[in-house]
Write a protein that binds this ligand. Structure first.
Ligand code: SF4
Ligand code: SF4
Length: 157
């Protein structure tokens, strides 16, 4: 259940993450917690890694073995509920959708924010993908201290 302020609690978040061994390779994290009639994540994946089934109200499930972490599904989600996460040493590399302005540039140090909107750490922007296929959304690759793997959700520039 989402709590009263609409923020996923730790158990919900953990139910959508994979263990650190699996995250040595990038995997989509589908933070989609409500049963709603929605499926563009599933239809966008060229690797058939996201399954919803015949009942479009069901929550999407990731076939972790099929997911190659390409990030194509990220901007397909109208709820900005998808990130792609991998672990490199002491950092978690998150691919996140970002729609605010100004957009950061590679090398910027920006604020990492948790699900409550609180600044929790500094994160480095390691890549900015502003390809027009994403419309007005850019995909940021950001390096987050690993201790915030399950807390980080987005950045504030
Ligand atoms: S990251 Fe790529 S392979 Fe993985 S679910 Fe998304 S679109 Fe499919
Ligand atoms: S597109 Fe986003 S909101 Fe819709 S089912 Fe997929 S993850 Fe959930």
């Amino acid at each position: 259940m989402l709590n009263k302020i609409g923020v996923a609690n730790k158990d919900l978040v953990l139910s959508r993450f994979f263990d650190e061994k699996t995250l040595v390779k990038p995997k989509a994290i589908l933070e989609c917690y409500e049963e709603i009639p929605c499926n563009p994540c599933s239809t966008s994946c060229p690797f058939d890694a996201i399954h919803i089934g015949e009942n479009i109200n069901k929550k999407p499930e990731l076939d972790v073995d099929k997911c190659v972490g390409c990030g194509i599904c990220i901007t397909s989600c109208p709820g900005l509920a998808i990130t792609v996460v991998s672990i490199k040493g002491e950092k978690a590399i998150f691919k996140i959708p970002y729609e605010m302005n100004p957009k950061p540039v590679k090398g910027d140090i920006v604020s990492g924010v948790n699900r409550h909107g609180e600044v929790i750490c500094d994160v480095e922007v390691v890549r900015v993908d502003g390809h027009q296929r994403h419309d007005r959304t850019v995909i940021l690759d950001v390096a987050v201290p690993l201790i915030y793997l399950h807390d980080f959700i987005t950045v504030r520039v």
